[in-house]
Design a protein around this ligand. Structure first.
Ligand code: SF4
Length: 238
């Protein structure tokens, strides 16, 4: 029986992995992540630091990642066509699980989010899903405390830097702090003829190149984020 933990790099999965490592030193865990290839450099650095604590983390990645899919479909993922999560994360990981069954799959869902079910892997045969944070009663406060006590700092973004789901203020941050990443987004919009942001979503322009002009003129979007809930991938949490 293999013991498999999926790690997004967000506070919950990081808490789960470090907790399991501490309370079950006798278990040889297999840690998995499913990068899209579009994560910010800070995420990769974070995963390297985590690797030093819990051991090797195996990336399961669709060949070519998000870049290859955008070029293959000549389209950008969006609210209606969110193929990115399915093709880049769920399907490769489900295939890996199938090949590695029987397995016990550890999922980082907290005690205070009972409504969440834990992903799309229930149908994978011979895989038992377990929820250590729930079993140990770890809610949001205790997860934050656990990570802080170990000096683990979660990066602000643990998802794709070009995620269509992100808020205006995050596009502004990308433009300000990662101009290369922002320019890549402009190039994808140019080659596909689509925009990451839906037109009419707010009063700001949809296209990244038009949005950039607004940013360059000094306009800064209002930051309405909750500092805690922002600290993890909002769509692709695992
Ligand atoms: S973070 Fe966004 S773009 Fe990346 S896979 Fe998830 S939904 Fe798609």
């Amino acid at each position: 029986m293999k013991h498999v933990g999926a790690i997004s790099g967000g506070k919950d999965s990081v808490c789960m992995a470090t907790l399991l490592k501490e309370i079950h030193p006798e278990i040889d865990f297999i840690w998995i992540c499913t990068p899209t290839g579009n994560e910010p450099p800070a995420w990769w650095a974070h995963m390297r630091r985590l690797r030093d604590i819990i051991g090797p983390i195996t990336p399961i990645m669709f060949p070519g990642g998000l870049d290859a899919l955008i070029k293959k479909y000549n389209a950008l993922p969006n609210w209606r066509q969110r193929w990115c999560t399915r093709v880049l994360k769920i399907e490769p990981f489900a295939a890996w699980l199938m090949q590695n069954a029987p397995a016990r799959f550890y999922v980082g869902l907290r005690a205070d989010e009972e409504e969440r079910e834990g992903g799309d892997y229930k149908s994978v045969p011979n895989v038992e899903m377990v929820f250590p944070l729930r079993e140990h009663g770890l809610d949001l406060d205790r997860v934050l405390k656990h990570n802080a006590e170990r000096n683990i700092v979660i990066p602000r973004r643990t998802d794709c830097r070009l995620c269509f789901f992100q808020r205006l203020i995050e596009w502004w941050e990308l433009w300000k702090y990662d101009p290369e990443g922002y320019a890549e987004g402009e190039r994808y919009e140019e080659i596909t003829g689509h925009t990451f942001r839906s037109p009419g979503r707010d009063t700001w322009p949809a296209a990244l190149k038009d949005l950039r002009r607004e940013f360059e003129s000094g306009r800064v979007p209002r930051d309405t984020r909750d500092p805690i809930s922002n600290m993890q991938c909002r769509v692709c949490r695992q």
